[in-house]
Design a protein around this ligand. Sequence first.
Ligand SMILES: C[S@@+](CC[C@H](N)C(=O)[O-])C[C@H]1O[C@@H](n2cnc3c(N)ncnc32)[C@H](O)[C@@H]1O
Length: 345
Amino acid sequence: MDDRSWMRLEAEPAEHALPADVAARDPLAGRDIGWVTQMRPFVRHFCRAGGRVLDPFAGLGSTLLAARLEGRDAVGCEIDATRAATIGERFARLGLAPPTVFAASCDTLADGAMPPIDLCLTNVPYFGCRWNGEPVPDQLYGSATYEAHLAGLREVFHRVRDVLAEGAFCIAMAENLRLGDRTLPLAFDLARILGSLFVLQEERVIVYDRAVGPAAPMDARSNRSHEYALIARKRRETVDLAATAALLNALRAEGHRFTVFGSFARWLQDPASVTPADADLQVAPDEAAIDALLQSLARRGFSLRSWSDPVALPLRLDAYRGRHYFRAERIDRAGALVRLDLCFE
Ligand SMILES: C[S@@+](CC[C@H](N)C(=O)[O-])C[C@H]1O[C@@H](n2cnc3c(N)ncnc32)[C@H](O)[C@@H]1O
């Protein structure tokens, strides 16, 4: 892989293409199945030799095959039992031993069921796809709303984070979608989800040949011959420690009451001990006091979230019971991040 930000998809060698008879009996005729050729450079570049690659949306196993052809172990989760079983058949036809495939959504597997993973590489299911296979629960092709679809993707990548080795990459391929007259920014929303769970690194644009026609004046539609490979990494975010310490002093001087605990408190005691990824503040579960603190942060340009939802002010604390903390984040013009977690339970 070179450092070009776009890649042209080369032809798939016949022996690795999805066999025609397998496509013919698939509910989507294999139209959502990626190319092995597309995935191989990512496996080579982002997974250590002999490492283990996970595809949490394994489909008919193209990513798993790419991993195996590159000498890596392949592990997949595929919610559709027929597709999950077909992966083994595809491998057998190439004289390869079957990969490990769980016929389940990875977020429903018991703790420890999945081995540690060195690279997550996948193409995500698209919202609005007319799936006429088994309508099992957790099948994201059956999501009733776009919001539910994004929530389902979040659940899966949340689990992926648990099983991914520290420092490992999570790479997901996606397009923005056109659904009826509407454009849904699936790739951009997915980038936001990955950015909240991992540290976003880069994107590569993958382009492929598709028939070209004239565009009517004022018609924005393109021939949609590209997708994004969104590249994120599991590692601790670096925060601006001096700016965080200065902010905490300023908040105290304004009269806000909180206790600093966790890694930031340890760093304050001994700067050589740890590098904190945020500052954890314990606050009393007092609606007015937390509201005043959040208002002060909002005035300083912080975004306020509870899990991934924006926090509305004035605060109604009851609406956030069971969520335990509010996250306040701000990135300045130099790219420096300050992140506070306000724990109230
Ligand atoms: C775009 S396809 C993946 C293609 C696959 N990477 C390949 O190239 O063969 C998405 C797959 O995700 C599966 N899927 C949907 N929801 C799922 C879930 N919650 N857990 C696991 N698989 C799921 C679908 O059945 C579908 O096969």
